[in-house]
Design a protein around this ligand. Structure first.
Ligand code: F6P
Length: 323
């Protein structure tokens, strides 16, 4: 198949801290291998509008420490259609782009696979989503930074909760993935986590919380994934049962922002570099992944045909440590 001379990179879907490190690595690694590197602005939507800029060592200078994505991102409905994919492919060919690197979550990987399967465009995927819901990689870019934001907020809420002997429900992002809630609960010392992957028994939770107060606990924190239920309804139920005032805090978009942690900068750098290598090795439909300390790659098709499991053992650990 094609010789790769010119590549393009885009970020798609929700931004996540560390995307800039991945863009920088793609550009630097590409230039190291004498490839031309272009940046597509605003994800697939920008691709459909031909928003393409040249990238060089200078354009990616000073971006590593910045949150968000210097290429900007979007969620595109048009790109999901067969005609959208065809149009995108024509624009890729017109710009003489030999391969595309896509940085994003599951939806972004689905788009990349579609480009490969329908139009034969070589692609490489880089997992980036604070939800950590991409199958096949231990961590996606942005998760570590988001988790640190979650726990620093939990710490702060704990201060006010203890001062007033109040109970708090904290809703964290993650869609249907309970990773941020579970790890945030463990690292933040929450009393309970409620995640989509494991059924929650509110009656049991209320008994546990009540017992905690009776033992002299001065606060009570329940961390809930956004996809696991309405925090206000859960709060109302628990308040009635345990007889303590319950307050709700929805963390929201603060979890996506902020300067990337060292872990995310390093992960972004390693995965960005590995994605270019994939293309040079003529692997044209893979996503680069982190397993333990090793970077490798798996077919995007495999990523999309599995749900990333939330380890049972960690869910049990959270429960044991909270008692
Ligand atoms: O996938 C990342 C994420 O932040 C989810 O945790 C959240 O549900 C969603 O994106 C929010 O999407 P949007 O940015 O479109 O509001």
């Amino acid at each position: 198949m094609n010789i790769i001379r010119k590549i393009a990179v885009l970020t798609s879907g929700g931004d996540s801290p560390g995307m800039n490190a991945a863009i920088r690595a793609v550009v630097r690694k590409g230039i190291y291998h004498k490839l031309g590197v272009l940046g597509i602005q605003s994800g697939y939507q920008g691709l459909l509008k031909n928003r393409i800029i040249p990238l060089n060592l200078k354009t990616v200078g000073g971006i590593m420490q910045r949150g968000g994505t210097m290429l900007m991102t979007s969620r595109s409905e048009e790109f999901k259609t067969e005609s959208g994919i065809r149009k995108a492919s024509a624009i890729i060919r017109d710009n003489k782009i030999d391969a595309l690197i896509v940085i994003g979550g599951n939806g972004s990987m689905a788009g990349a696979l579609q480009l490969y399967q329908q139009e034969g465009i070589p692609v490489a995927g880089i997992p980036a989503s604070i939800d950590n819901d991409l199958y096949g990689t231990d961590m996606a870019i942005g998760v570590d930074t988001a988790l640190n934001t979650v726990i620093s907020t939990i710490d702060k809420i704990k201060d006010t909760a203890s001062s007033l002997r109040r109970a708090f429900i904290i809703e964290v992002m993650g869609r249907e993935s309970g990773y941020l809630a579970l790890m945030g609960g463990i690292a933040g010392g929450a009393e309970t986590v409620i995640v989509p992957e494991f059924p929650a028994n509110l009656e049991e939770i209320s008994i546990k919380l009540k017992q905690g107060y009776e033992r002299g606990k001065t606060h009570c924190l329940v961390i809930v994934t956004e996809g696991a239920g309405n925090p206000y309804e859960i709060g109302k139920y628990l308040e009635d049962k345990i007889g303590f005032e319950m307050r709700v805090t929805v963390l929201g978009y603060v979890q996506r922002g902020g300067f990337p942690s060292a872990f995310d900068r390093i992960l972004g750098s390693r995965l960005g570099s590995a994605a270019v290598e994939q293309l040079l090795q003529k692997q044209y439909h893979h996503m680069v992944v982190l397993n333990g300390d090793k970077i490798s790659a798996i077919p995007i098709k495999e990523v999309l045909s599995h749900q990333k499991p939330l380890p049972d053992s960690l869910y049990r650990l959270a429960d044991v440590l909270a008692r």
